[in-house]
Design a protein around this ligand. Sequence first.
Ligand code: ZN
Length: 463
Amino acid sequence: MGEGMRRMRGWVVGAVLACAMAAPTVSGQEVVAFENVTVLTMDDDRRMEGRTVLVEDGLITRVGAAGSVEVPDGALRIDGRGRFLMPGLAEMHAHVPPTPNPPRELLEDYMFLYVANGITTIRGMLGQAYQIELADELEGGDLLGPTFYVGAPSINGNSAPTPDDAERLIRAHAGAGYDLQKIHPGVSRESWDRMVAVAEEVGLTYGGHVPADVGLEHALATGMSTVDHLDGYVTAVASEGVQAQVSTGTISLGGLVEGAEEARIQEIIRRSLEADVYVVPTQYLWESLYAGRDPDEYLGLPEMVYVSSEQREAWRQQGSGGPQGTPEELEAFFDLRDRILVELADAGVGILMGTDSPQLYNVPGFALHREIAEMEGAGMTRDQILRSGTVEVARYVGDHLGLADNFGTVAEGNRADLVLLEEDPLEDLDHLTGRVGVMVRGQWVSAEEISAGLDALAAKHAR
Ligand SMILES: [Zn+2]
């Protein structure tokens, strides 16, 4: 949707969290000052020490040396000494329920889980009409939660069996005000090409899966703006012979991985950079989908208390299919994905943080921190990882969604989407979970409020 359609209604009230929270929230502070804080701007990797950051009406209005910023009377003053202030993170492959009119409480719980985990931006990857209104509510401050970029219902082999269907859908989705078009497998090359032409005309970008008939190289050449799950990459870097076997379904996972060619990897990375594509790797999900570990390993994780027993049971069913290859094949497969990811990042291709939550074992919000650990395990640098959840997201939103990109860095004029941490995340990414509080569009949510909300959620699901 265009920014113009969204209402800016200024101040956000704290009461919006009340449903999820056991304790009352701090509310109504018009001005907030983070004093004497070390700022990680994410503009570059420089730390700015001894700053005071002023937030007024949901925007960052001043970033200056602590002594030089005048804090207005009545401002909420937050002590930043020894602490680190950085932009909020983004979940760029979220699934907000795709069914019409889902339970309001579920939506509120999801939005709270994102905020509780320092996430101030999400991109929804399967649309439904109500989500456009929900995005407006979030933006207007009627519901506390991240800024929500809304992907449309999917174009796939079933929804768009012909080019005419693809055209009809993309026109309808642009008209309805979605922010991007979601792609699933099964789209023919013909339907794809029609979709691309119409998407350009109506000004809607597209991302998601790479349909097999389209292939990664054609998807890149025709301007796909995000490739999610690294979809298509492992096939695209394989030799021609192996690619032919993939299309006939006659190759094992091991054979596919062995087919990777050095020259092909370099070629695909070069084309990705040229195409200005962004990659949302979802490494944590791919691990759990392919490795087929015992569901109890995942269902015993601490964050599982924040989802319903029905959700956990659905994951148990979904996850009990077993591994999709031998241990050696799986290791080689994950190594190749890691290598492609790191080479893409090193080459300067935009990488975006995302998980596919609440897909298999991905608890909204918490899953992003599992993904961050996977990205680091793959070999991305801490700086690359933090950028993938902040400044790169703003660049994607500005360049590909055509929407305001005033977030993702700590800078005057930007949305006050911030996380205050006890310790430096550039030294250890685990420090991302040591929060003093989270700020969403200027609304401060303290660590105490976050834990009270989480406790209330756990208690509800334990009943
Ligand atoms: Zn998805």
